[in-house]
Design a protein around this ligand. Structure first.
Ligand code: CMP
Length: 229
């Protein structure tokens, strides 16, 4: 089991540069936890500082307000890590993490991580790189919340989905899997009602179609440059 985790860790960006010896010690320091779909791994504001790595399944990081409205910040899949913010500054968790499917996670305590960091400072550089990448993505989200209307944000989200997991049908249109209007609203920072309205406008303009299996996005849209104005 430890050997399998060791192989897995050696492919994760922040641990890539570790010596064989430290990888082997590190793999013994992880606890493996399993979470059922929709279960909460931890809540925003919780006081915990462990680092998590997704071994299988996927989770989402989100912010919730008192009315239960949700903003999904990002999803973490196999090989991704999360929980680094509280690990670094010791402050409460910045987001709630929920399992999107049955998931297995490897959990490392802050003390073990700091120990390792002292021996292998290269981890800090890798971690910084990962944080900067997350900041760049977050800037993109801030930009779209500030400057784009709901239709544009939806098209941007669809195009990101196309790039990640979209399929082309015979006419060259893109197909992406079904998700509810509420889930879309959480992804783009809008209300469910605003999403339903924007989807109608996009359908009327012939840019998308919605059916039982998901969404079909016209091939006239470039996923790289989803300009719909
Ligand atoms: P932490 O604050 O410890 O717990 C919640 C985690 O969600 C956080 O660490 C990050 O791993 C992740 N997270 C929070 N905000 C973002 C964001 N904007 N982009 C990517 N990941 C985030």
């Amino acid at each position: 089991m430890e050997k399998r985790i060791q192989d897995f860790l050696s492919e994760i960006s922040i641990f890539k540069g570790l010596s064989y010896q430290n990888l082997s010690r590190l793999s013994g320091g992880f606890q493996i936890k399993e979470f059922k779909k929709n279960s909460i791994i931890f809540y925003q504001s919780d006081h915990s500082t462990d680092l998590y790595i997704v071994l299988s399944g996927s989770v989402k990081a989100s912010l919730l307000n008192e009315d239960g409205d949700e903003l999904t910040l990002c999803e973490f899949k196999k090989g991704d890590f999360f929980g680094e913010m509280s690990l670094i500054d010791g402050k409460p968790r910045s987001a709630t993490i929920t399992a999107l499917e049955d998931s297995r996670l490897a959990v490392l305590t802050r003390a073990r991580f700091i120990e390792l960091l002292k021996e292998e400072p290269s981890i800090a550089l890798e971690l910084l790189g990962a944080l900067v990448e997350r900041l760049r993505i977050a800037n993109g989200v801030i930009e779209s919340l500030a400057f784009l209307d709901v239709e544009e944000r939806l098209m941007r989200f669809f195009c990101a989905m196309i790039k990640e997991c979209g399929e082309k049908d015979r006419s060259g249109n893109y197909r992406i899997k079904r998700c509810t209007h509420r889930e879309l609203a959480a992804r783009i920072g809008a209300s469910r009602e605003a999403v339903t309205k924007a989807l109608k406008v996009l359908q009327f303009r012939g840019l998308i179609k919605e059916d039982r299996d998901g969404f079909i996005i016209t091939h006239k849209i470039s996923p790289e440059m989803p300009n719909i104005k």
